[in-house]
Write a protein that binds this ligand. Sequence first.
Ligand SMILES: Nc1ccn([C@@H]2O[C@H](COP(=O)(O)O)[C@@H](O)[C@H]2O)c(=O)n1
Ligand SMILES: C[C@@]1(CO)OP(=O)(O)OP(=O)(O)OC[C@H]1O
Length: 158
Amino acid sequence: MYRIGIGYDVHRLEEGYRLVIGGVEIPYPKGLKGHSDADVLVHAICDAILGALSLGDIGEHFPDSDDRFRGISSLILLKEVNRIVNENGYRVVNVDSTVVAQRPKLSPYKEEMRKNISEVLGISINSVSVKATTTEGLGFEGREEGISAQAVALLKKL
Ligand SMILES: Nc1ccn([C@@H]2O[C@H](COP(=O)(O)O)[C@@H](O)[C@H]2O)c(=O)n1
Ligand SMILES: C[C@@]1(CO)OP(=O)(O)OP(=O)(O)OC[C@H]1O
């Protein structure tokens, strides 16, 4: 028995914040604003996995009104999502994702992102795909006001 889910997230890009994507801290003058470390990619993946089992979304599990999650690494949230999935009798088979960012260039960091995510999920790095695209300068990502990410996840019954 297989289940599939989709996730999408957006965070504002502003000076004075760290830029953490896929668990990698990227040197850049601007970063993503959020209650946690604002890791837009990991948030989209969490939502894709939760969505596959109709288990709600990241905000329901980790409310931004809860101080326990302030500044937290989103990889810790992903680990908890994976635990919930296992508890419900499923495992993640593979994840595909796209980060939409005009800048910075993400290619140098994609392998490390895949490694971080695959290690947390306990699956092969070949089962985690991270892609990046610009919007050719169009829209909020193109104006560098924010970064978005989309993900899909396939789950299989244990
Ligand atoms: N932030 C980004 C955006 C894109 N890339 C890589 O560049 C390729 C071309 O991007 P286009 O938006 O012009 O199609 C894309 O396929 C990625 O490999 C990137 O590394 N970081
Ligand atoms: C992760 C949480 C919790 O710290 O906060 P943010 O970093 O603001 O991220 P968001 O994508 O708005 O989703 C859920 C939140 O409750």
